[in-house]
Ligand binder design. Sequence first.
Ligand code: 3PG
Length: 207
Amino acid sequence: MPGTTPLTRCPVVPVVVIDDAAQALPLGRALLAGGIDVVEITLRTSAGLDAIRALRALPDLQVCAGSVLVPDQVDQVVDAGAEFVVSPGLSRGVLERSRALGVPALPGVATASDLMVAVELGLTEVKFFPAGLLGGPAAIRALAAPFTGVSFMPSGGVNQDNMAEYLALPAVPAVSGSWMVEPALLAAGRWDDVTERSAAAIERAAK
Ligand code: 3PG
């Protein structure tokens, strides 16, 4: 679905920390089998870029690069094939480089001041990170009131048990987190478990 953002495409965005790029394809297939067609591959490990590259083989999966901290990494992830640039915080440099390369950016915000900068920079979608520590759904409800027109993707401490509380907010079209793709599942090749957790998350999101 070209033109869709991670927020409007799928209500659940898995955040992946991958140690071995060879895990990327089975992981991607496991997510798709569970009904999730977006993935955020973080640059927290050296395998991240190669994993993004490998996932080009799955055109049905929208691949976002995550934990993008500096402008040079934007060049690297776009070269690898990432369709979105996700960051834990708001960096003008990352945003400008993403725009220059024609790739949408989804920066993180944590405060009203961050949101004011985001709005000034023309953003209408942000990641809210780390959501649980910042006050969870109540914090988003409070922040969304003055920032009408901004959509939030909470991440950090979101899980199968609390995701519905976030998605119940009109300003939250999608949540993200690592619970479907825990590194231990990847390391053990437990792809059926990834599919099962993905399907459970999609089912919960639909309620
Ligand atoms: C992120 O980068 O969005 C978070 O690290 C995901 O947080 P979680 O591991 O608590 O889901």
